[in-house]
Design a protein around this ligand. Structure first.
Ligand code: NAG
Ligand code: NAG
Ligand code: NAG
Ligand code: NAG
Ligand code: NAG
Ligand code: NAG
Ligand code: NAG
Length: 364
């Protein structure tokens, strides 16, 4: 397999989610009926659009050079330089902003609960500072649901919530900011990769069922990318012949395979009246063309020992961002993910999504 193919596996998801919401948005902008009325987002830094800005954490991105590609040239709290995704900055507000100042009307189109460094497990990402783990994101969502019910009445609120798409992209930090950080977390001494994947999946299964109890009926669950190819991990563990840390990719593969089975179980369970789909992020990135990307083993911004894996404040950036797969030492550039993001929405290969893609999910 060509080197860049392996490397592109690092493509992450935030991206995909942002692009998907831009697709949904475009349909709206074109005067066509909106495919779904609302979009709720759960996850980590790959989806965070500002929830970490006021937390005490190193996992935020509300400083230069993050946001360098945004129209106003300023950071917005998104981790990647993801400007071209095309939807207005405020279309899906971060919960942090909405909870304090937002009218409930803004929540009717969806809310973003994602938080940098967050994981499926409460403790994942703890060494990065404050963050909002998946359990707490679900608690925040419960608060939004209550407000929507107060506003619309139970019947109309349920009708609305049943039609929304719910995006869940979580688990990366349970590996890179937990299991594969043995100096701070005991997990890898206690559990084999297989046992650990099982623990994560059991927790995530409960979390997805909670979402279902909150009236979610259309749920997109993203598999993890090739986390062993992240420059920060390669720096820490050393590369195998693949250019990546094989043992990390192997551990993540166990999780991804299990996640697909979990989605299948949920869909086949008659007490759960919802449709879940699995997006094969790794598979999509392994089979997509690299476009202009030539640099996959280095960050595009200056990273110091203290700032790693993030850019240093006001540091230099590379001049040609479209040639880089990674923006900082952990988060992909727009160039890296936009090439494949579309396939989460409209599958190109049968392996891209299971049992079908987001476009079809939206039409149900
Ligand atoms: C994780 O945090 C939630 C609160 O968000 C709490 O209810 C739960 O008991 C915690 N789980 C563990 C295993 O500590
Ligand atoms: C619920 O929806 C119906 C039909 O769209 C509408 O007539 C009614 O006023 C709504 N109820 C509330 C409380 O908004
Ligand atoms: C990957 O590299 C590590 C460290 O050099 C080595 O111990 C391990 O056996 C290699 N794994 C594979 C699958 O080659
Ligand atoms: C279906 O889901 C219910 C409720 O979450 C659970 O108790 C049951 O074991 C599941 N059934 C199967 C066949 O997985
Ligand atoms: C399942 O959900 C669909 C769509 O939300 C709804 O039309 C149907 O009545 C539900 N069925 C049950 C058994 O709850
Ligand atoms: C993901 O896609 C690849 C092919 O692109 C396939 O080999 C792999 O089995 C798929 N993974 C899952 C969990 O479906
Ligand atoms: C930037 O990358 C593009 C696409 O690979 C290439 O056409 C262009 O010449 C590059 N520009 C610079 C300044 O390197």
């Amino acid at each position: 397999m060509a080197y860049w193919l392996v490397i592109l596996g690092k493509l992450q998801l935030a991206a995909l989610i942002l692009l998907v919401s831009s697709f949904l948005q475009q349909h709206f902008a074109n005067g066509q009926p909106l495919q779904v009325p609302c979009f709720f987002i759960f996850g980590d830094s790959l989806s965070d659009n500002g929830n970490n800005n006021n937390l005490k954490t190193t996992a935020n991105s509300n400083y230069q050079p993050y946001g360098i590609d945004f129209p106003k040239g300023r950071p917005t709290g998104r981790f990647t330089n993801a400007e071209e995704l095309g939807f207005p900055e405020d279309s899906i507000p971060p919960y942090a902003k909405l909870a304090t100042v937002g009218p409930v009307e803004k929540a009717l189109k969806g809310v973003n609960y994602a938080s940098g460094a967050a994981g499926i497990l409460n403790e994942s990402g703890r060494t990065r500072g404050d963050r909002i783990p998946m359990n707490e994101q679900l608690t925040n969502h419960q608060k939004t649901v209550s407000r929507i019910i107060n506003k619309l009445g139970k019947k109309n609120a349920t009708q609305l919530l049943n039609k929304c798409i719910y995006s869940v992209a979580i688990g990366t930090n349970d590996y890179i900011n937990n299991y594969f950080l043995p100096q701070f977390y005991p997990a890898s001494r206690i559990y084999t990769p297989s046992q650990y994947a099982e623990i994560l999946l059991r927790k995530l299964s409960q979390q997805l069922r909670t979402l279902h109890r909150r009236k979610a009926r259309k749920v997109v669950v993203y598999g993890l990318g090739l986390l062993g190819c992240i420059p920060y991990e390669v720096k820490m563990y050393g590369a195998n012949i693949s250019g990546c840390v094989d043992k990390i990719n192997e551990a993540v593969m166990l999780f991804n395979n299990g996640l697909k089975s979990l989605v299948s179980d949920l869909n086949n369970n008659h007490t759960i009246n919802a449709t879940f789909i699995f997006i094969n992020s790794t598979g999509i990135s392994l089979t997509s063309s690299p476009g202009s990307i030539t640099v996959s083993n280095a960050a595009c911004c200056q990273v110091s020992e203290a700032s790693a894996p993030q850019c240093i404040r006001s540091g230099k950036t590379c001049s040609n961002r479209t040639q880089y797969a990674f923006w900082d030492e952990a988060h992909p550039t727009e160039a890296a993910y936009s090439a494949t993001a579309a396939r989460a929405y409209r599958a190109l290969l049968p392996t891209d999504s299971y049992p079908f893609d987001i476009q079809r999910l939206a039409q149900l």
